[in-house]
Design a protein around this ligand. Structure first.
Ligand SMILES: Cc1cc2nc3c(=O)[nH]c(=O)nc-3n(C[C@H](O)[C@H](O)[C@H](O)COP(=O)(O)O)c2cc1C
Length: 316
């Protein structure tokens, strides 16, 4: 038991991060059923699409789950907040933008607010704005990344040192050792994206899961550096095509058009690696199997406890 598990009302401090337009009820519900916290990411989906996933998740689990709203990505932020009120969703995570204007209303309705941050400066601002929990996301993480490029190992302790709200570490955690390490750095929980893709329940294309199993850490590369909008993805034909376009001086607008959620769905759901991309963190290099979500979470807890106990002997 720690502040994260008690505030979020969950058994284990393991959160499945939002996954934009490929978020789904099956994975979110499986994580919540296993004692963690599942999340539905809204990406650029319509309010009706998100409501459909919420309804399905509520059918699959009575346990708490979260909604992730990427502030500068979704065109429907206010409507999505209304949806969380209508459906009594207890936890809202706010990423990709300034959470400050949205926190008072969410608190008025008793919501727990998670803010995703990538620097000490953003962490202090989010705490001052009233965020209940901070998710500190390092540069090794999958998907859209902060251009500040701090790694989880350096970011977590810096933030822990300067704020008093509890911290969840995100980016690079894929097993019990990673969970133990995050807790030792002062986080009280972890948020995971990549590792949850390669699970039985995750309804993504087999090509995505196989690519993750075959990948080494260096296969999770950054695109978009030339236009100042970075995203970590698996190295595929489509990604090579994007990198060629970057070499040719593609504009931010054209790059944005080639990396819309349509291309995310083409890669992750349709499995078309020539036409779409696959988000992945560097932790891909650790993934060797496709367990059930329940087995993965139980194994992580077991190994983390063992690791933390045996770690003591290394200093004696
Ligand atoms: C397929 C995919 C889509 C993602 N989409 C979002 C998103 O819409 N909003 C967000 O805040 N984070 C998003 N992320 C980041 C995750 O929520 C999580 O913080 C990150 O994956 C943690 O790092 P890891 O991949 O090393 O576990 C996404 C990650 C993945 C794998």
């Amino acid at each position: 038991m720690n502040r994260i598990t008690s505030i979020l009302n969950i058994n284990y401090p393991i959160i499945q991060g939002g996954m934009g337009n490929i978020s789904n009820a099956k994975l979110a519900a499986a994580v919540s059923e296993a004692g963690g916290l599942g999340t539905i990411g809204c990406g650029t989906m319509s309010v009706e699409q998100v409501e459909g996933i919420i309804t399905e998740t509520k059918r699959l689990t009575k346990k708490p789950f979260a909604l992730n709203i990427a502030i500068n990505v979704s065109p429907h932020v206010d409507e999505l907040i209304e949806l969380t009120i209508k459906h009594n969703i207890p936890v809202i995570s706010l990423s990709a933008g300034n959470p400050t204007p949205f926190i008072p209303k969410l608190h008025e309705y008793g919501k727990v607010v998670l803010a995703i941050v990538a620097s000490v400066k953003h962490a202090i601002k989010a705490e001052e704005a009233g965020a209940d929990i901070l998710v500190t996301e390092g540069y090794e993480a999958a998907g859209i990344n902060s251009t500040l490029e701090l790694t989880t190992f350096t970011l977590v302790p810096q933030v822990v040192q300067r704020v008093s709200v509890p911290i969840i570490a995100a980016g690079g955690v894929g097993d019990g050792k990673g969970l133990a390490a995050a807790l030792m750095l002062g986080a009280e929980g972890v948020q995971i994206g990549t590792r949850f893709i390669a699970t039985k329940e995750a309804p993504f294309h087999a090509n995505y899961k196989e690519k993750l199993i075959g990948a080494s850490g260096t296969d999770a590369i950054i695109i978009g550096r030339s236009v100042g909008r970075i995203r970590r993805v698996l190295n595929t034909n489509y990604v090579q095509h994007l990198l060629e376009q970057e070499k040719g001086g593609i504009s931010l607008q054209d790059f944005g058009q080639s990396t819309t959620e349509k291309y995310h769905v083409l890669g992750a759901i349709n499995g078309d690696l020539n036409k779409g991309f696959l988000n992945s963190g560097q932790v891909a290099g650790l993934i060797e199997d496709i367990p059930s979500v329940n087995d993965l979470i139980n194994d992580m807890i077991k190994i983390a406890k063992k690791q933390m106990k045996s770690g003591l002997t290394l200093l004696e």
